[in-house]
Design a protein around this ligand. Structure first.
Ligand code: CU
Length: 373
C-alpha cells in the first residue's frame, strides 16, 4: 500500500468537525426525544405495565402482590372527574325501609382536586373524598348496601363499633371480599355514640390511603358538650408525582408530598367562621393509615372531651394545645374563640404544612383557618 493512497483515506479537519457535529446533534436529539416522550419511572410488566413510585427500592425477588399494592392508580379506569370545587364529607341522607336507615355506598376511581391546580386519582366512596358523612342516632338499625366499582376487591370496616363479627369487614378473615362489580350488605344496630369512621379493610395499606374512609357520627353527642359549630378533621396523605397517584406509605419512594384535611390541602381547605366567645367542636379523625399527626390549634388550649368515641366525664377531661392523632384514633376537642382574628389549626410536623415541599399563602397541607369575628 503506497503512501499516497493511504493519505487519501485520511479525513480532513472540516470532515472531522462535521462528523463530530453530526454525532452531537444525534445524541442531543435522542436526549430530547427521551425527555419529551420517554418515561423514567419504573414499570412493572407483570402487573399490567403499571407505574411504580419513583425512588422506590424494588428487590429482584419482589412478588406481584408486593408490587400491586404500591402501583399507581390506573388512569384508564376513572369513573368520574369531580369538579375542582367538589367537597367530601357531605352528609348522606338515608332511605328509611321498615324502620331501618339504609345507606348506599359505591366505590370508584375519581379524579379529585386537593388544590385548584392539583388533582389526584382517588379511590372514593360516592365520588367524594372523604366519603360521605354518616350521621345516625344511638340505637338506630342501619343497613349499608355497598357496590364495588373499583378494579379490585374491597370491604368496609366500621371502626370502633360493636358489630356482629360477620359485619366487621376484614377481607378474607370475616368475609369474602366484594369483587369488582358486585355488592355486599352490612347491617347492624348502632349501640354506641360518638365519633367513629368507616374505611376499607381489603388491602387498607393501599385502599384507605387512596381515599376510602369517611366519618360516622352517632348521636347523642358523646359528651353532652355545648358548642356552636362542629368540624370534622379527617387526615390524609398523597403521593402525586409525574401525574400519577400512589398510596402514601412510610417507605422509600412512597413518602407523601401532599397532605389533606377532608380531601383538601391548604389553601383549598375552607375557612371556619366563628363569632367571639363561640365554641367549636373539632372531631379529629385518624383516617390516615400510615402517619401520625400532632394536631395543634392556635389561640390557646382546647379541652379534650372524648377519646375514640368514648365520653370523658368532666373530671377526666383535660386541656391540651397539641394532640397526636394516630391512625384509627379520634379526639373530640372543644376550642373557644377567645379573641378575634385568624387562628390556625394545623399539623405540627411542619413538613406536613407544605404542598410538594412549598408553602402557599403562608402554609399548605394540613392547615385550616378559624376566622373569629
Ligand atoms: Cu402531620
Amino acid at each position: 500500500m503506497d503512501a499516497s493512497s493511504h493519505g487519501g483515506m485520511k479525513p480532513s479537519a472540516p470532515e472531522i468537525f462535521a462528523m463530530a457535529l453530526l454525532s452531537v446533534l444525534i445524541f442531543a436529539g435522542g436526549v430530547l426525544l427521551a425527555y419529551l416522550f420517554g418515561t423514567f419511572m419504573m414499570r412493572y410488566p407483570d402487573a399490567g405495565g403499571t407505574y411504580m413510585p419513583p425512588g422506590m427500592i424494588m428487590e429482584h425477588n419482589a412478588t406481584t402482590e408486593q408490587m400491586t399494592d404500591m402501583q399507581a392508580v390506573d388512569d384508564r379506569r376513572i369513573a368520574y372527574e369531580a369538579p375542582a370545587d367538589a367537597v367530601g364529607d357531605q352528609e348522606l341522607a338515608p332511605e328509611i325501609q321498615a324502620g331501618v336507615k339504609v345507606f348506599r355506598l359505591e366505590t370508584s376511581i375519581v379524579r379529585w382536586h386537593i388544590l385548584p391546580n392539583v388533582s389526584v386519582l382517588a379511590y372514593a366512596y360516592n365520588r367524594q373524598v372523604p366519603g360521605p358523612r354518616i350521621h345516625i342516632r344511638e340505637g338506630d338499625r342501619v343497613r349499608f348496601v355497598v357496590r364495588n366499582g373499583l378494579p379490585e376487591p374491597t370491604t368496609i370496616h366500621w371502626h370502633g363499633l360493636i358489630v356482629p363479627n360477620a359485619m366487621d369487614g376484614p377481607a378474607d378473615i370475616t368475609q369474602k371480599p366484594i369483587a369488582p362489580g358486585e355488592s355486599f350488605t352490612y347491617e347492624f344496630v348502632a349501640k354506641q355514640a360518638g365519633t367513629y369512621f368507616y374505611h376499607s379493610h381489603d388491602n387498607p395499606d393501599r385502599q384507605q390511603d387512596l381515599g376510602l374512609y369517611g366519618a360516622l357520627i352517632i348521636e347523642p353527642r358523646a359528651h353532652g358538650a355545648v358548642y356552636d359549630k362542629e368540624l370534622d378533621v379527617e387526615l390524609g396523605e398523597w403521593v402525586q408525582r409525574n401525574g400519577k397517584t400512589f398510596p402514601a406509605m412510610p417507605m422509600e419512594g412512597a413518602m407523601p408530598n401532599y397532605f389533606t384535611i377532608n380531601g383538601k390541602s391548604y389553601p383549598a381547605t375552607p375557612v371556619i367562621h366563628l363569632r367571639l366567645g363561640q365554641t367549636l367542636l373539632v372531631r379529629f379523625i385518624g383516617t390516615s393509615s400510615n402517619f401520625i399527626h400532632p394536631m395543634h390549634i392556635h389561640g390557646g388550649p382546647f379541652r379534650v372531651v372524648a377519646l375514640d368515641g368514648n365520653t370523658l366525664a368532666p373530671a377526666q377531661q383535660y386541656d391540651k394545645d397539641t394532640i397526636l392523632v394516630g391512625p384509627g384514633e379520634r379526639y373530640d376537642v372543644l376550642w373557644r374563640a377567645r379573641a378575634r382574628g385568624k387562628w390556625l389549626l394545623h399539623c405540627h410536623i411542619n413538613h406536613h404544612t407544605t404542598n410538594d415541599n412549598t408553602e402557599q399563602d403562608g402554609a399548605g397541607g394540613l392547615t385550616e383557618i378559624i376566622q373569629v369575628d
